[in-house]
Design a protein around this ligand. Structure first.
Ligand SMILES: [Zn+2]
Length: 176
C-alpha cells in the first residue's frame, strides 16, 4: 500500500528553479526537485511536505473507482477467466450507503457497489469482497456453484473470517 514504507529520496537542486518544488516517483525512488538556493532546513522541510503530498495523491488513486475497475479486471483474469463477458461489470463503484453490507450487485444492469468501509481493509479482503460480487454476475444466488467460483480465491475462507470478525465487533449484520 502507498505510504507504508519510507521511500528512497533523491534531491536534485536546480539553479533555474526559484521557488517551485516538484516531486515524482521513479521506480522505488522519489525524486524531489528544489531550487539550488534552498538551505538544508528548507530542503528537509520540503522533502517531508512533498512525500506527504505524493502519498495523499497515490492514496486517493489507490482507492478510486478506476482502481476498483482495474482490480475487478485483474480478478476476472485470475479466477473467472472463462467468463470474459459474463463476469465483467458495467460499473463498479465505492459507495457510502451500503447499510451493513460489504458489497452488492444488481445483475439486471450489471452494476457492483462496494462499501467505503471496505476501503481501509487489507488488499486481500478487498479482493475477496469484489470477487464475491463479480461471481454474483455469473451466479446470482448463494448456491454450491456460486461458492465453488468464490472458492477459487485462495484466501476466500480467511477473508470471510476477517469480515465476520469485523461485523461481530461492530454489531453489523453478517456479510452478504
Ligand atoms: Zn453474496
Amino acid at each position: 500500500m502507498a505510504g507504508t514504507r519510507k521511500p528512497v529520496v533523491e534531491v536534485r537542486r536546480s539553479q533555474r528553479r526559484r521557488r517551485t518544488v516538484s516531486a515524482y516517483r521513479d521506480g522505488e525512488r522519489v525524486v524531489v526537485l528544489i531550487p539550488d538556493q534552498f538551505s538544508r532546513a528548507e530542503e528537509s522541510e520540503w522533502v517531508d511536505r512533498m512525500l506527504a503530498r505524493l502519498a495523499a495523491r497515490e492514496g486517493r488513486l489507490a482507492r478510486s473507482d478506476a482502481e476498483l475497475l482495474a482490480r475487478a479486471n485483474r480478478l476476472i483474469d485470475l479466477y473467472l477467466a472463462e467468463y470474459p463477458t459474463k463476469a465483467v461489470p458495467a460499473s463498479v463503484r465505492w459507495v457510502t450507503n451500503q447499510n451493513g453490507r460489504w458489497g452488492s450487485c444488481t445483475p439486471a444492469d450489471r452494476s457492483i457497489r462496494i462499501s467505503h468501509r471496505v476501503q481501509e481493509m487489507p488488499e486481500w479482503v478487498i479482493d475477496y469482497v469484489l470477487l464475491h460480487e463479480l461471481a454474483h454476475l455469473i451466479v446470482p444466488s448463494h448456491n454450491a456453484r456460486f461458492w465453488a467460483l468464490v472458492g477459487r480465491y485462495p484466501k476466500a475462507e480467511r477473508a470471510r473470517g476477517y469480515l465476520e470478525g469485523v461485523a461481530a465487533a461492530s454489531c453489523a449484520p453478517l456479510p452478504t
